[in-house]
Design a protein around this ligand. Sequence first.
Ligand code: KIV
Ligand code: ZN
Length: 516
Amino acid sequence: MSGKDKLIIFDTTLRDGEQSPGASMTRDEKVRIAKALERMRVDVIEAGFPIASVGDFEAVQAVARAVRDSTVCGLARALDKDIDRAGEALKDANSARIHTFIATSPIHMKMKLRMEPDQVVEQAVRAVKRARQYTDNVEFSPEDAGRSDLDFLCRVIEAVIAAGARTVNIPDTVGYNLPHQFGDLIHKLIERVPNADQAVFSVHCHNDLGLAVANSLSAVLNGARQVECTINGLGERAGNAALEEIVMAVATRQDVFPCQTDLDTTQIMTCSRLVSGVTGFAVQPNKAVVGANAFAHESGIHQDGVLKSRETYEIMRAQDVGWSANRIVLGKHSGRNALKSRLKELGIEFQSEEALNDTFTRFKDLADKKHEIFDEDLQALVSEASQETANEQYRLVALKVCSETGETPNAAVTLLVNGEEQRANALGGGPVDAAFKALEAIVHSGSVLQLYSVNSITSGTDAQGEVTVRLAKDGTIVNGQGSDTDIVIASARAYINALNKLAQPATREHPQKGDV
Ligand code: KIV
Ligand code: ZN
């Protein structure tokens, strides 16, 4: 035993992360990410905002049913109807938390809520008491705390703790604070609120000035024992504090931090890739901890130093965050058991023999096209298999694309539409454009393409391309993914995946759509 405090890691990738424009996730995607977070031993997973839409309610419910080892949390405004909906969505959770919030800054109370401070205190207390009817594990956030009056904040916090809140989360909602100032705020709150010892103080920092991680860490040094964060720093506007940076800063600087997390940091890369694949938000190469260059040494002096002694230029070990040292894992001759056990090491297990067989067939197809199969290839393979839903409306049967100098590219596509084959041809500015136009000539989706991105999963010209296509229609935004060694086929698969998501009746609206 180290005798150090525990730092609770509260992941809000599925809630605040999803509020990044275009990062909406389906229920099944949320469950997949939640399972990966659970494997990483995240303490609390904020799964969504159940009142926001039927889709979000169902996603929180599905996560609550799927996750056993982490606490599952649902967000609710300080309103009876929100809290009841969150309570209902979390009914089947092994361990449930309701997170309720109301704004406390002068500008929010006056301009947004149009409420007097006394009314805000009253509503906060009422909300916490109502949430306690569903669970003992209630968190309260004074929204925009970073711009709230200190005395008023102390008053609200004392009242909600007395009403039964066991976690008090201090959000810097607009990312306005500076590290010394935010740390000082946490210190003063813990010192001044008379019943502060009855709650865990938490922080939730936004990254508008690029200070979310620094502010969170400053808060930890001043007594906060929960940090709210997201994988890859996803989140509203410029994002939230990045989980991987918080966790690795605390682990690496144990000489400074009086606390430790319980996370299995070797799962960080798996979670990072999964979130980036699902949302289509690529990770910048120089991103701390999870960027492709985070452990790459270019300068000769650095390379020489690292070869002589790793610690000369590296403060963390790449394998401690899940970058595998020996990256070639399987090949054409690997068998079903080798695949199964490698996937198990990556935290991927199959519910049925059928699912394993399907993945093995895909693996063999890929191994025919690609000599060496890496962990990243396997993750993309499983990811794609799980994207294909039983009730898919569209399925690619065949695609032929012609592209040559001096000619207009053209594509011929055969698509299974509700079990019936349909064909179309189209010309385009390039092969991908032609393929998408041919698909639209059949589907007539009426959607708008918001994003098209191709990312090479590994290195080499035989690498798989991982494509994300974001489509928007009537306020609904979906991301489709596809991967293949042929990027035109990967693109068509991604487009079809997005079309299938748009066609699903339970497709979720963006949680910020409407007045929530
Ligand atoms: O940024 C914020 O204030 C929030 C709250 C709901 C905690 O996301
Ligand atoms: Zn937030």
